[in-house]
Design a protein around this ligand. Sequence first.
Ligand SMILES: [Cu+2]
Length: 296
Amino acid sequence: MLRKSNPLRVALLAVGVICAFSSYATIVSDTVYLNRGTMLAVDSTNIPYFAFNNTSVFDRENERLFLDVDDTMELLVINTDSLTHGFDIKHYTGVNSVNSVIPANSSILVSFQFQEEGAYIFYDPTQSESFRYMGAGGMIVCRSPNANIHRFFWNMKDHQVLFNENLNQGIPVDWTQYYPNYFTINGNSNPYINEDSDARVTGSVGDTIYIYMVNTGQSLHSIHLHGYHGEIIQSSKFPSHVGRSKDTVPVYSMEVVILKIVPDQPGEYPVHDHNLVAVSGGNIYPNGMFLTMLIN
Ligand SMILES: [Cu+2]
């Protein structure tokens, strides 16, 4: 005779199994290659560059790393260059140290986790961050699963070509004389930023939109939204600003801001760096940090 199982007992067992699984954070493995290359600017100027990519082939856009709250990422960082490089995460307060040196043509394994959602900056700290300035800085996104948030990602940088050229040859630079003339989001300037679906904000009235902004460049970037205000969800430099509603938000060098926008009207509206030189590229307007939001 078959014994009928008690439905309550089965249900309790199932809950127990699910809880057991969810209480163990996942280990996420990823690999990035630190590559040397040349960034072709908006006017075809060649800019000596470094980037963390997902293959050993150079791409000017740094790989974006994703993990969930409390997950541990084990990241293999492979240095394909003939110079010593490094890896670090800005403002990282986790238990394990992530600040590491990577000798030429070798690799290291770092692991890290975050207890809070947000955006974080990983970068090459060696040589007074000159390789970070030359491109080697990207974004880590730590999420709580929420399918209703539309997420966009901006890795903002600025360059003065002569500085990249000098640093590339090991020639010291004087940062008091730094006047950048190229400005990018995810490696692109206007009009190409609008072709990057991770950067260009599109959506519908009533959507919940998060723009994850990291500034891995050297200059301050003050982002001005037309048409909408955004609520500050994260500000690494000014945590007390969280909750404020703004149409212009400064993002300092090596700092993070996340803006939440819920569009209340349809339209196409400009978004740009409020510092006017940053809307140019190679002295040509508007080939800089300028894009549009398209809401229907
Ligand atoms: Cu404006």
